[in-house]
Design a protein around this ligand. Structure first.
Ligand SMILES: C[S@@+](CC[C@H](N)C(=O)[O-])C[C@H]1O[C@@H](n2cnc3c(N)ncnc32)[C@H](O)[C@@H]1O
Length: 438
């Protein structure tokens, strides 16, 4: 609870002094008048940590509280640290570089504990957290804009559509940062003045795999410019995807885009999902394999993608693994990679509209599900009504995980283990693996 010097002002432009009590789920410090105060009396102050004493200007009253903009720093909390990047504060990519340990690590783990509590589980010990190192993030989507003849490449500012033209980023793998100046030069002939695009880049084993999402048409000279960019940056592949949503089309395929899951080589399609960092992927895979258990001989991997978990799971002799996903290109890559694995089958399905039913799940000894941020409400309900003994949930969104885990609890599942993986360094996001059984 915050200190008691809070007096709501009738004039919101008048600064007040507050002491930050905690950091909320979106990464803002919170002053909470508590006591008789209503939720709407809370003040959310970006870039602050618990114990910070600040003078803030109050924004308008909103449902959850008011936003406070720091006018003066009066005292810093014990976990306040110098941010690692000079863009921090303006760049919307990071929220928490100013939050040092032990507070930062504890906060990440608490987000997962809070989700479990919302789902009706009461973890009896702190949630363990796997950390990943700076410079490990292998995927990023840069925003690109041509303005005043120059091409800007970076991330959007916090709460804004303006672009931070990136000079450094301690989160990204060095290869991704090194690409930024090459993009500035190489995209100039492709974008008209005022033109915008996104560049999704993934570091794979064979180099960088890039998808330009933007112009709806690509003329011959733009294609030539992109081929030159691919060669200048020594990309493994460069694809173009019109904003209108068609699948990416390779413009320069210089080397196959190769990754390995459980040692099995996978040729990933353009724009394929990969876990954000190799370290994060390793931690998640280890937790999934342990959660499934060596003895489970029939396993379904739902939202399987290109097989991050399916392939290592299917590497166990005698095990049957069904990998299900809605993305045909990802499944084709998984099928090709797993052609030597007799126990692996794949199924294409929209698990939101048509989840695997309790009857279809009968006979599976473990089910892994790793949905996108929106979660897997329908599939979790079907799992809750199934007799599958072990369910392993992987999630990048504690809010939707809480909802899905609530279904599992209502169906009689118990929480066995949980692991938080900080692969979205210094952001308010967190990845988790939770193992349930019945
Ligand atoms: C978070 S990714 C996980 C992929 C994989 N487990 C991994 O770790 O690489 C989510 C996956 O869900 C798939 N997906 C999204 N919506 C879906 C749906 N409605 N039905 C089936 N699959 C879906 C995406 O294609 C993507 O492969």
């Amino acid at each position: 609870m915050g200190s008691a010097r809070y007096r709501p002002e009738s004039d919101p432009s008048v600064g007040i002094e507050v002491t930050i009590a905690r950091v909320g789920a979106r990464g803002d410090g919170i002053f909470d008048p508590g006591g008789a105060g209503k939720a709407g009396d809370r003040v959310f102050v970006p870039l602050t940590v618990p114990g910070d004493r600040v003078r803030v200007r109050l924004g308008p009253v909103q449902a959850e509280g008011r936003r406070g903009q720091v006018l003066a720093w009066l005292a810093r909390g014990p976990d306040a640290v110098e941010p690692a990047c000079h863009h921090f504060g303006r760049c919307g990519g990071c929220t928490l570089q100013h939050f040092g340990d032990p507070g930062y690590g504890a906060w990440k783990a608490e987000q997962v504990a809070a989700a479990l509590e919302r789902a009706g589980f009461a973890p009896d010990r702190p949630v363990p957290l796997v950390r990943t190192a700076p410079g490990g993030r292998r995927r990023a989507t840069f925003s690109v804009q041509r303005r005043g003849g120059a091409v800007l490449v970076g991330f959007k500012e916090r709460l804004s559509h303006r672009l931070v033209d990136l000079e450094q980023c301690p989160v990204l793998a060095p290869e991704l940062i090194a690409l930024v100046p090459v993009l500035r030069r190489g995209l100039a002939p492709v974008l008209a003045e005022g033109g915008i695009a996104e560049v999704a880049v993934t570091r794979v084993e064979s180099g960088l795999d890039l998808v330009l999402v933007g112009p709806d048409r690509l003329g011959l000279s733009a294609r030539q410019a992109l081929a030159e960019l691919a060669s200048a940056a020594d990309l493994s592949r460069l694809s173009w995807q019109p904003r209108s949503g068609q699948p990416p089309e390779p413009v320069a395929a210089r080397r196959p885009a190769l990754v390995r899951f459980g040692g099995y080589p996978v040729l990933v399609p353009p724009g394929a999902f990969l876990q954000a960092s190799a370290e994060g992927e390793a931690a998640l895979t280890a937790a999934v394999l342990t959660g499934v258990g060596a003895g489970a001989m029939a396993v379904a991997d739902l939202f399987a993608g290109c097989g991050t978990f399916s392939l290592p799971l299917a590497g166990v002799t005698g095990r049957r693994v069904l990998g299900v996903d809605g993305n045909g290109a990802a499944l084709a890559a998984l099928a090709l990679a797993g052609r030597g694995l007799p126990g692996l089958t794949i199924g294409r399905r929209d698990l939101g509209r048509e989840p695997m039913s309790p009857q279809e799940l009968t006979g599976y000894e473990a089910v892994v599900f790793d949905p996108p941020r929106a979660g897997a409400a329908a599939q979790a309900e079907a799992l809750a009504a199934s007799n599958v003994p072990v369910v392993v949930a992987v999630s990048c969104n504690p809010a939707t995980f809480a909802r899905d885990a609530h279904h599992l609890r209502a169906g009689g599942y118990r929480l066995i283990t949980v692991l938080a993986v900080d692969q979205f360094l210094w952001s308010a996001h967190i990845e988790l693996v939770a193992v349930f059984n019945r």
